[in-house]
Design a protein around this ligand. Structure first.
Ligand SMILES: [Zn+2]
Length: 106
Protein backbone atom coordinates (compact mmCIF):
# COMPACT_ATOMS: atom_id res chain seq x y z
CA UNK A 1 0.00 0.00 0.00
CA UNK A 2 2.97 2.31 0.61
CA UNK A 3 4.18 1.55 -2.91
CA UNK A 4 0.73 2.45 -4.26
CA UNK A 5 0.89 5.73 -2.37
CA UNK A 6 4.32 6.43 -3.82
CA UNK A 7 2.81 6.46 -7.32
CA UNK A 8 -0.21 8.51 -6.24
CA UNK A 9 -2.63 5.59 -5.98
CA UNK A 10 -4.86 4.21 -3.28
CA UNK A 11 -5.81 0.54 -3.45
CA UNK A 12 -8.72 -1.33 -1.94
CA UNK A 13 -8.43 -5.00 -0.94
CA UNK A 14 -11.62 -6.99 -1.46
CA UNK A 15 -10.53 -10.50 -0.49
CA UNK A 16 -7.64 -12.19 1.24
CA UNK A 17 -8.29 -15.48 3.04
CA UNK A 18 -11.08 -17.72 1.80
CA UNK A 19 -12.32 -20.82 3.52
CA UNK A 20 -12.17 -23.89 1.33
CA UNK A 21 -15.99 -23.89 1.43
CA UNK A 22 -16.15 -20.33 0.03
CA UNK A 23 -13.52 -21.11 -2.60
CA UNK A 24 -15.53 -24.12 -3.74
CA UNK A 25 -18.74 -22.04 -3.83
CA UNK A 26 -16.96 -19.54 -6.08
CA UNK A 27 -15.71 -22.40 -8.25
CA UNK A 28 -19.27 -23.69 -8.65
CA UNK A 29 -20.50 -20.25 -9.80
CA UNK A 30 -21.19 -20.33 -13.52
CA UNK A 31 -20.69 -24.09 -13.70
CA UNK A 32 -23.12 -26.99 -13.81
CA UNK A 33 -26.15 -24.75 -14.20
CA UNK A 34 -25.28 -22.38 -11.34
CA UNK A 35 -25.95 -18.69 -12.03
CA UNK A 36 -23.25 -16.08 -12.55
CA UNK A 37 -20.06 -15.98 -14.54
CA UNK A 38 -17.05 -18.20 -13.90
CA UNK A 39 -14.71 -16.32 -11.56
CA UNK A 40 -12.10 -18.92 -10.63
CA UNK A 41 -10.54 -22.09 -11.95
CA UNK A 42 -9.30 -23.21 -8.55
CA UNK A 43 -11.05 -25.40 -5.99
CA UNK A 44 -9.89 -27.27 -2.92
CA UNK A 45 -7.25 -26.75 -0.25
CA UNK A 46 -4.38 -25.86 -2.59
CA UNK A 47 -5.92 -22.61 -3.85
CA UNK A 48 -3.80 -19.54 -3.09
CA UNK A 49 -6.65 -17.73 -1.31
CA UNK A 50 -7.30 -20.79 0.89
CA UNK A 51 -3.60 -20.97 1.72
CA UNK A 52 -3.45 -17.26 2.69
CA UNK A 53 -1.12 -16.54 -0.23
CA UNK A 54 -3.40 -14.27 -2.28
CA UNK A 55 -5.33 -11.04 -2.22
CA UNK A 56 -7.55 -9.19 -4.67
CA UNK A 57 -6.87 -5.50 -5.16
CA UNK A 58 -8.75 -2.66 -6.88
CA UNK A 59 -7.98 1.01 -7.51
CA UNK A 60 -9.73 3.82 -5.63
CA UNK A 61 -10.91 7.04 -7.31
CA UNK A 62 -12.49 9.92 -5.42
CA UNK A 63 -12.65 7.81 -2.32
CA UNK A 64 -14.53 4.92 -3.93
CA UNK A 65 -13.14 1.53 -4.92
CA UNK A 66 -13.52 0.83 -8.66
CA UNK A 67 -14.61 -2.77 -8.45
CA UNK A 68 -16.93 -2.86 -11.47
CA UNK A 69 -15.66 0.25 -13.24
CA UNK A 70 -11.88 -0.13 -13.28
CA UNK A 71 -10.39 0.19 -16.75
CA UNK A 72 -7.69 -2.14 -18.11
CA UNK A 73 -5.28 0.77 -17.64
CA UNK A 74 -6.31 1.09 -13.98
CA UNK A 75 -5.75 -2.61 -13.50
CA UNK A 76 -2.39 -2.43 -15.26
CA UNK A 77 -1.29 -0.09 -12.47
CA UNK A 78 -2.46 -2.67 -9.94
CA UNK A 79 -0.31 -5.21 -11.77
CA UNK A 80 2.78 -3.05 -11.98
CA UNK A 81 2.68 -2.15 -8.29
CA UNK A 82 1.96 -5.75 -7.28
CA UNK A 83 4.85 -7.09 -9.32
CA UNK A 84 7.17 -4.39 -7.97
CA UNK A 85 6.15 -5.51 -4.46
CA UNK A 86 7.15 -9.09 -5.32
CA UNK A 87 3.73 -10.63 -6.01
CA UNK A 88 2.76 -12.77 -8.98
CA UNK A 89 0.02 -10.88 -10.82
CA UNK A 90 -3.01 -12.66 -12.27
CA UNK A 91 -3.33 -10.08 -15.05
CA UNK A 92 -0.46 -11.74 -16.88
CA UNK A 93 -2.12 -15.15 -17.03
CA UNK A 94 -3.86 -16.59 -20.12
CA UNK A 95 -7.20 -16.25 -18.27
CA UNK A 96 -6.63 -12.81 -16.85
CA UNK A 97 -7.36 -12.24 -13.16
CA UNK A 98 -6.31 -8.59 -12.95
CA UNK A 99 -7.16 -7.86 -9.28
CA UNK A 100 -5.25 -10.93 -8.08
CA UNK A 101 -1.85 -10.83 -6.37
CA UNK A 102 -0.24 -13.91 -4.88
CA UNK A 103 3.01 -15.06 -3.34
CA UNK A 104 4.58 -18.32 -4.57
CA UNK A 105 3.77 -21.58 -2.81
CA UNK A 106 5.57 -22.07 0.49
ZN1 LIG B 1 -7.62 -13.66 -6.20
Amino acid sequence: MEMAGAVGETFYITETHRTEERQNELYAQGREGNPGRIVTNCHGPDCPHVQDRALDVYPVRNGKPLIQDATPADMQVIGEVGKAAGFRWGGGWPQKDRPHWEVPQR
